[in-house]
Design a protein around this ligand. Structure first.
Ligand SMILES: *[C@@H]1O[C@H](CO)[C@@H](O)[C@H](O)[C@H]1NC(C)=O
Ligand SMILES: *[C@@H]1O[C@H](CO)[C@@H](O)[C@H](O)[C@H]1NC(C)=O
Ligand SMILES: *[C@@H]1O[C@H](CO)[C@@H](O)[C@H](O)[C@H]1NC(C)=O
Ligand SMILES: *[C@@H]1O[C@H](CO)[C@@H](O)[C@H](O)[C@H]1NC(C)=O
Ligand SMILES: *[C@@H]1O[C@H](CO)[C@@H](O)[C@H](O)[C@H]1NC(C)=O
Ligand SMILES: *[C@@H]1O[C@H](CO)[C@@H](O)[C@H](O)[C@H]1NC(C)=O
Ligand SMILES: *[C@@H]1O[C@H](CO)[C@@H](O)[C@H](O)[C@H]1NC(C)=O
Ligand SMILES: *[C@@H]1O[C@H](CO)[C@@H](O)[C@H](O)[C@H]1NC(C)=O
Ligand SMILES: *[C@@H]1O[C@H](CO)[C@@H](O)[C@H](O)[C@H]1NC(C)=O
Length: 884
């Protein structure tokens, strides 16, 4: 649960007596080992099959050993010994206790699964195999890949310990959103082995296969030792933008993923609470100092921070939170270098001090109004000073915090009580992590910080129609950049349209996204892919529900806890998951053994005397999407209409000199000779570039811009109202990009047919045309209507609308809707028509339009109106052709 999201497929090996180095052939020979991993929309289903034969002339013990991710649930295991099948059976943990006790009393290891390092747990079974007998082992496990720091990670650990005739790892990934990038990496790869690796990648599918021949596996030519020992990692991410997420539907169950790209971050207020008790001395405190220095450097300038260090005494670095200016960060780093370890552990006092510090800063109004406040506790031990009753501390902290600040608890090493830290974190909206004592501990600390460094949304509500049942958690306090929200549930059978709605608070605007999903279309996505793995949404839903129920029960009161556990147990049994509440009983010819899921707290060296309110103890990692990637620097400008601001390219036409010079019928840039000919400039478009609705009657001016320009064109510029619109005319004769800049609020919006990029407070948010969305902010209302239009309603009700037109090819039409209220200083190709415009010498189908003193020849024409969905050229308007 810990680290990067991943799955480990792998593993294995047999091997009985490895003590005889001279033995070339293992008596138990693995002749085939397959790892088959299918990832369907982040849900990974892995099957490991190993076939062994006893080559010896006497009975030997065959060992099947697999390492799988801690985040995975085993769903099945079976053995076939000489044609006789021995399936594993998943039972309630309590009812497997007898078998467990019996196994222990026979001196067998307590359980078939144990924790194996940070990310993995090890499953192992051994059986006696008669001479020449064959055994097939098969293990299946499932996991929802969790996005962390902007990617999913699939770790395939490879360790067969002998040469294997048929060795194969097959990974199929299917991501309907599109695979944005995919990379693989392994610790044991050589040039030879590289030939055994094949990768094919399409838009939505990828297949990675690793199939080394027995000779490729050899350490040296002729050697019986295998090269295969290490990690095989696949990392990928999917396409995303700020649409209403992505929905997958199979068999009446849906899963909804939401992780907007490139959002403006909230400033954060963070207090680092650092344990400097005696037990931290030496390497741990050194690594902590090292990590803190890096973390401090990574604070964003808008963040506020403080440090609380504690042993028996609690000390605040500064009396108030400071802004993370370069100078303050430098001072904090100097202070961090002076932290040394000595004394007891007053966790209660330290956390209360941190909360008080945030309270003070809040009431003194030092902190930005729109921000996220958090406390990061790092400790390596049990409370020994001040309040030492763990239940009391949890109660005190929860009471004092009252939901105001997120609390993240990092337990350094195995002398901490993970259960204590986890409950405290979950009680206060955060999560707990273990930091492993190792040479990379500083990196682990930094890595965790980075996951929560960039809060992008608060108060997220994922809303569905009332008839949607058994929905997983659908409100979230905070979303960090690089992570992902996942919600699953059950649909009503007959529904055709599934409306989804997302509401959240972003930095600077409130966000509403809505989309109507067509159920049949969505189900179609998986229709041809039955081979991938049917019913995945239902199992994903069950997986997620169980994780959330278990997590919720950590903070629940006794009665509620029982009920949550009962529900989780029911689902674990129904869907055959080995969870902390169930066991798998493995039957062998001569005995029964039990596989239980180990927990993060199992391997702690200290005596856990914490009273647990539930019958069982377990720790499951938070399944909430809290992880995140901190970008190398805060997201900045998306390439859009960049380059220097246009120097009023309409200047030839709008210039008063041209006008006075031009005389009555002269319009610079327009061909006087053939004003009435439709194809004067060999441009044949029936959509005009711009439509100016005239205030009286239902009449309009249609504008066509002819010519080419490398630089963006000034379409409209009103210095009084603080609005500027520029556009880029593609050679295809349509506008495909607009840039709209407002002075109040200070917002720039780059619009293209691909996406809409909002630049706000030095940040960017990437919006999509694919959902309805609204972003109200003070002084400007932004709304997207799915694949139809973008509306910008600014001050004085000046409202600019951009139509998304699909035919004849994708382009954008821009117009000003009713209520245009520009100043007299408005200029630009389009803008000039919004002040002092009148007709002169109208006769029949021809007229002169005078805009800001500038004369334009005009004829009556029928055009397509991109403001309505219409296939007919039925907009009758005054056409003005503007030549560049
Ligand atoms: C089994 O094989 C070993 C050598 O591999 C041999 O010494 C022994 O006699 C054999 N036993 C039987 C019963 O064949
Ligand atoms: C179990 O704890 C010990 C220290 O108590 C540690 O050295 C070891 O790595 C841990 N094992 C696992 C699998 O976490
Ligand atoms: C994903 O993004 C890539 C690159 O932008 C694009 O080529 C691909 O078509 C997209 N896939 C889907 C399914 O949208
Ligand atoms: C967002 O909504 C909240 C309440 O729903 C409101 O208090 C706040 O002012 C809104 N923010 C903006 C930028 O519109
Ligand atoms: C999107 O907005 C339009 C206009 O407000 C509305 O007609 C349509 O139903 C909306 N679609 C969804 C999915 O809410
Ligand atoms: C568990 O399942 C049983 C039968 O399948 C049912 O009677 C019981 O109400 C369920 N309990 C919960 C808490 O869902
Ligand atoms: C137009 O602008 C003027 C001056 O800024 C303002 O008084 C008036 O209310 C505005 N009219 C509309 C329709 O927004
Ligand atoms: C803007 O329009 C709304 C209704 O569309 C109206 O209530 C409001 O008074 C207008 N504001 C100005 C400044 O004209
Ligand atoms: C043009 O036709 C469309 C339907 O094709 C209709 O919605 C629109 O009102 C028509 N416009 C006029 C001016 O008749």
């Amino acid at each position: 649960m810990e680290w990067p999201v991943f799955v480990v497929c792998l593993v294995f090996n047999s091997l009985a007596v490895s003590a005889e180095p001279a033995v070339y052939k293992n008596p138990i020979e693995i002749y085939s080992l397959h790892v088959d991993c299918k990832v369907t929309s982040r849900f990974a289903h892995t099957v490991i099959t190993s076939r062994v034969v006893n080559r010896a002339n006497e009975s030997k013990e065959a060992l099947f050993e697999v390492e799988l991710p801690k985040t995975a649930f085993i769903t099945d295991f079976s053995m076939t010994i000489d044609g006789v099948s021995y399936p594993g059976i998943i039972k309630e943990k309590k009812s497997a206790q007898d078998q467990y006790d019996a196994a222990v009393s026979r001196g067998q290891s307590a359980g078939l699964v144990k924790s194996a390092g940070r990310k993995l747990e090890q499953f192992h079974v051994s059986v006696n195999v008669a001479p020449a007998a064959k055994v097939n082992f098969e293990l299946i496990y499932e996991e929802l890949l969790k996005r962390k720091l902007g990617k999913y990670e699939l770790l395939i650990k490879v360790k067969p310990k002998q040469l294997v005739n048929h060795f194969q790892i097959d990974t199929h990934i299917f991501e309907p959103q599109g695979i944005r990038f995919l990379e693989s990496q392994s610790t044991f790869m050589t040039n030879e082995l590289n030939d055994a690796l094949t990768k094919t990648q399409g838009d939505t599918k990828a297949h990675i296969s690793f199939k080394p021949t027995i000779n490729q596996q050899r350490k040296n030519p002729g050697s019986e030792e295998t090269l295969l020992d290490g990690d095989f990692v696949i990392r990928y991410d999917v396409n995303r933008s700020l649409a209403a997420g992505d929905v997958q539907i199979v068999n009446g169950y849906f899963v909804h993923y939401f992780a907007p790209n490139q959002m403006p971050a909230f400033p954060k207020n963070v207090i680092f609470v650092i344990d400097k008790s005696g037990s931290m001395s030496g390497k741990k405190i050194q690594q902590t100092r090292e990590a803190l220095e890096k973390i401090l450097e990574d604070l964003y300038p808008e963040d506020h921070f403080n440090l609380v260090v504690f042993s028996a005494r609690v000390a605040e670095w500064q009396p108030v939170l400071l802004k993370a200016t370069e100078e303050n960060v430098e001072r904090a780093k100097q202070y961090v270098r002076t932290i040394f370890a000595q004394g007891g552990t007053n966790i209660n006092g330290a956390l209360l001090t941190a909360m008080h510090s945030l309270d003070k800063a809040t009431s003194a109004e030092i902190l930005p109004e729109e921000s996220v406040s958090m406390i990061m506790l790092l400790t390596d031990g049990q409370p020994t000073v001040g309040e030492t009753d763990i239940a009391k501390i949890q109660e005190n902290i929860k009471g004092a915090n009252n939901g105001k600040y997120f609390l993240y608890c990092l337990g350094f090493g195995f002398d901490v009580s993970y259960s204590f830290l986890e409950k405290m974190a979950l009680d206060n909206g955060g999560i707990a992590r273990r930091i492993y004592e190792d040479s990379d501990a500083a990196l682990q600390l930094q890595g965790f910080y980075q996951e929560v460094a960039t809060p992008i949304l608060k108060g997220i509500e994922m809303k569905y129609p009332d008839h949607v049942q058994e929905i997983t958690q659908n409100t979230f306090n905070v979303l960090f950049d690089g992570s992902e929200i996942v919600v699953a549930g059950k649909l009503d059978n007959d529904i055709e349209v599934f409306p989804v709605n997302i509401k959240a608070q972003a930095n600077g605007f409130n966000l509403t996204l809505q989309k109507d999903e067509n159920v049949m279309e969505k189900e179609q996505v998986f229709q041809d892919l039955k081979y991938i793995f049917g019913k995945f949404t239902e199992r994903l839903w069950a997986y997620l529900t169980i994780q959330q129920l278990l997590e919720k029960s950590v903070s629940a009161k006794e009665q509620e806890q029982k009920s949550l556990e009962a529900q989780a147990l029911n689902l674990s049994l129904k869907f055959s998951f080995v969870t902390p509440l169930t066991s798998m009983v493995v039957t062998k010819p001569d005995a029964q053994e039990v596989a239980n899921k180990p927990t993060e707290a199992d391997n702690e060296s200290f005596e856990d005397d914490i009273p647990q309110s539930g019958a069982m103890m377990y720790q499951l990692q938070s399944s909430r999407s809290r992880s995140s990637k901190r970008p190398a620097s805060r997201p900045h400008g998306q390439p859009g209409l960049s380059g220097p601001p246009p120097e009023n390219p309409s200047h030839h036409m709008a210039s008063p000199y041209d006008y006075s010079y031009g005389g009555k019928h002269f319009v610079p840039g327009m061909r006087l000779s053939s004003p009435l000919r439709k194809n004067a400039n060999s441009v044949r478009i029936s959509h005009p570039h711009f439509i100016v609705q005239l205030p009286r009657g239902n009449d309009a001016i249609c504008l066509e811009v002819n010519g080419q320009s490398q630089t963006p064109l000034n379409l409209l510029s009103d210095p009084v109202k603080g609005i500027q619109v520029t556009g880029k005319l593609e050679t295809r004769k349509h506008f495909e990009q607009f840039e709209i800049v407002y002075q109040k609020p200070d917002v720039r919006i780059d619009v293209s047919t691909q996406e809409i990029v909002l630049h706000l407070n030095g940040n960017t948010a990437l919006l999509s045309w694919k959902s309805n969305a609204t972003f109200p902010m003070t002084g400007l209302n932004i709304a997207v209507e799915e694949e139809k239009s973008l509306s910008l309603m600014g001050a004085d009700n000046i409202s600019i609308k951009i139509s998304y037109v699909r035919l004849p090819e994708r382009f954008l039409g821009l117009y000003i809707t009713d209520g245009a209220n520009f100043s007299e200083q408005v200029t630009g190709l389009l803008g000039q028509f919004y002040s002092n415009t009148h007709f002169e010498g109208k006769h029949g189908d021809a007229s002169t339009i005078i805009a800001q003193g500038q004369r334009h020849m005009s004829t009556r024409q029928n055009k397509k109106d991109y403001r309505v969905e219409s296939s007919a050229d039925n907009l009758s308007c005054w056409l003005v052709k503007l030549k560049l």
